[in-house]
Design a binder for this molecule. Structure first.
Ligand code: HPA
Length: 237
């Protein structure tokens, strides 16, 4: 089993797991990936925003990242996404195994199929039901919620209070900036994709203010626990 791990904000490696950095060339650009071994699984770790968080969500080279993991032979992807909560029942510090998305991104390169043959990829259940099932059975020190709707915005700004109200009315549970097109491209490439949506705050209007520092603070606190969770998950695949 070969597994790609895409680390979002605050998650840049898996501590205690030695890795080797390699460069993967794709038709969309070069990608740095860290190779590691966990039991008999090969793990490809890819920090989405680069080391030191230098690439903002709207400028991530999603196609290069997913193509690189596909080229390495990854069959499954575990991704982390920092999110705000739209749902009073979902508190900061929770990890949501989201099972649906609402796409509010604009202007991103969201497909591998731009010209040539026409391909429409089934997106009924974009997030891997099998991986959600396995993940939901793992015991965690943080609240883990099975299922939820992820709204994905273009960013890099946070939402307005009115947008948050509207997203909640549409059925959204959490809002983030990175799951689309990542999950879409993974499905197009035939890989099973799991998102660990890490709730760092209540979204705009549900708390006084939203700041990037607050997001990074919570991610810092949860970092080790989420890394351990990812390790358990890799072993359970
Ligand atoms: N909105 C969008 N993305 C986020 C948020 C938020 O409130 N928190 C962390 N990522």
């Amino acid at each position: 089993m070969k597994i790609g791990v895409i680390g979002g904000s605050g998650i840049y490696q898996i501590e205690g797991v030695p890795s080797t950095e390699i460069s993967v060339n794709t038709e969309y650009g070069e990608v740095k990936v860290f190779l590691a071994q966990v039991d008999d699984r090969e793990v490809y770790f890819l920090p989405r925003h680069g080391l030191g968080h230098s690439v903002p969500p709207h400028l991530v080279n999603y196609r290069a990242n997913i193509r690189a993991l596909q080229g390495l032979g990854a069959q499954r992807i575990i991704a982390t996404n920092a999110v705000g909560s739209l749902n009073p029942e979902i508190k900061p510090g929770t990890v949501v195994l989201v099972d649906q998305f609402l796409d509010f991104t604009k202007g991103r390169k969201s497909t591998f199929f731009e010209e040539g043959k026409v391909v429409h990829t089934d997106m009924t259940n974009p997030y891997c039901p099998e991986m959600i099932e396995v993940a939901s059975k793992i015991t965690t020190p943080f609240p883990l919620r099975k299922g939820g709707v992820m709204v994905v915005t273009e960013g890099p700004r946070f939402e307005t209070a009115a947008e948050v109200k509207a997203f909640a009315m549409l059925g959204g549970d959490v809002v983030g900036m990175t799951s689309v097109p990542e999950v879409v491209l993974s499905r197009e490439a035939g890989m099973c994709y799991l998102s660990l949506a890490i709730v760092s705050n209540f979204a705009a209007g549900l708390q006084e203010q939203v700041s990037h520092e607050e997001v990074l603070n919570i991610m810092d606190k949860l970092n080790n626990q989420v890394q351990m969770f990812i390790l358990d998950l890799i072993k359970a695949m």
